[in-house]
Design a protein around this ligand. Structure first.
Ligand code: HEM
Length: 411
């Protein structure tokens, strides 16, 4: 008699997350009773790391807790599907050499150059909203999605006519487990593989152009980058372009959408920022803590070790649940309250340590500009239908957020 294949536990099951949102109640129980818990069943046995302090420890010891070969605990063991590793899956010392290539481009100082462009794009998006006032619209389509894709495409040097292509590829890569992004009925690993392949093909042509005629964009940077006097392998150049698109798009989009949902559900906090615009900075940090768009990344132990008294064996996988760390009662007062004035706010939405998000400044900037224009102008805003969530255990995505609003005219 055949038995059904074991399923991933609900705390990390894409369908469960799509149906119920983040499993905060389960994470709370794990933090209280067994913060480093072993899940044996399922296609990929793993340790669930749920406390803030433990995720810090893992993140700061990249020689023991490796990002290769498995960055995500997947619903099926995708051992047959291995896209080329990107910076996020590399370990020291290789990781540091690759990270150095982009670090100077994403500092607050370097990003000053694009303030005016982000400002212009964000302002335009909010102005466009005015025309839709009074009707039910999808906030994701209208506000959260356009800004990050425009900024990332602009930084990479992708022509505006192709931004929509990038948008579809990232949806299909991150949303591979979601039937909405299936192509010709194909979802799952094959769908992701196809999307990655198409992205690579697209970037290959642009890389060739920039090799001959460099510009001041990231594609040119990667095409000409050297490590120890050697140019990057062609596949690594493409992988670099692809990780920037994927990492920079869905995450920021979902922080914006989840942030708006938090303001709709906590209208007193919305009014608090409207009355006190100086709270915008702490409100953005609270949006990041509250939404924690990355659900988990995985690590693999390079040797036997101990974490919070649990014996981790060489080769064991660990899932770092950032949203759980961001509700940790030992670190945050009233962790389940959305508080735009929260201070201190040592959230781990961007991870910690070796792989701390390379785009953190950029993400903060995008959120700041989006909310700076939007929040003061909201007169009324309400949900007009169900929140539709992405079937993914990597990005806590909201696919559609139907809202109706009225905006005050711009001053
Ligand atoms: C709200 C938005 C964002 C969130 C929540 C977020 C979250 C994260 C997290 C949790 C990591 C750590 C990965 C790990 O521990 O293995 C990470 C890494 C990374 N992020 Fe972000 N991210 C955001 C926006 C961006 C943007 C806009 C970019 C654009 C360039 C970006 C690029 C990257 C890259 C390249 C890495 C890999 C860094 C490395 O491995 O050294 N992210 N991000």
């Amino acid at each position: 008699m055949s038995t059904a294949a074991p399923e991933l536990p609900s705390i990390i099951h894409p369908a469960h997350i799509a149906a119920h949102g983040y499993p905060h109640e389960h994470w709370r129980e794990l933090r209280a009773n067994d913060p480093v818990h072993r899940f044996e069943d399922g296609p990929v046995p793993f340790w669930a790391v749920t406390k803030h302090a433990d995720i810090m420890e893992v993140g700061k010891n990249p020689d023991i807790f490796l990002s290769s070969p498995r960055l995500v605990i997947t619903p099926t063991d995708r051992s047959d599907f291995r896209p080329p590793p990107t910076i996020i899956e590399m370990d020291p010392p290789k990781h540091r050499a690759y990270r150095r290539i982009i670090s100077s481009r994403f500092t607050p100082r370097a990003l000053k150059k694009i303030h005016a462009d982000i400002d212009r794009i964000a302002k335009q998006i909010v102005d466009d909203m005015l025309e839709q006032g009074g009707r039910s619209v999808d906030f994701v389509e209208q506000v959260s999605a356009p800004l990050p894709i425009a900024v990332i495409a602009w930084l990479l040097g992708v022509p505006e006519s192709d931004w929509k292509l990038l948008f579809d590829w990232t949806n299909r890569t991150i949303g591979a487990d979601d039937p909405e992004y299936a192509v010709d009925g194909v979802a799952g690993p094959e769908a992701a593989q196809k999307a990655i392949f198409e992205t690579f093909q697209y970037f290959a042509a642009l890389v060739e152009e920039r090799k001959k005629k460099p510009k001041d964009d990231l594609i040119s940077l990667f095409a000409h980058a050297e490590i120890d006097g050697e140019k990057l392998a062609p596949i690594d150049v493409l992988a670099y372009c692809q990780i920037i698109v994927v990492a920079g798009n869905e995450t920021t989009r979902n922080a914006t959408t989840g942030g708006m949902l938090a303001f709709i559900e906590n209208q007193d906090e919305l009014q608090r920022v409207q009355r006190n615009p100086q709270l915008l900075g702490s409100a953005i940090e609270e949006v990041l803590r509250w939404t924690s768009p990355i659900i988990h990344f995985a690590r693999t132990a390079s040797r036997d070790t101990v974490l919070r008294g649990r014996k981790i064996r060489e080769g064991d996988h660990l899932a770092l649940f950032y949203p759980s760390a961001n509700r940790d009662e030992e670190v945050f007062d009233r962790p389940y309250a959305f508080d735009v004035g929260r201070d201190p706010n040592r959230h781990l939405a961007f991870g910690i340590g070796e792989h701390f998000c390379a785009g953190a400044h950029l993400a903060r900037l995008e959120l700041e500009f989006a909310f700076k224009y939007l929040l003061p102008r909201i007169d009324e805003i309400e949900l007009t239908g169900p929140v539709e969530r992405l079937r993914s255990n990597l990005v806590g995505g909201i696919k559609h957020l139907p809202v109706r609003y009225s905006l005050k005219p711009a001053r």
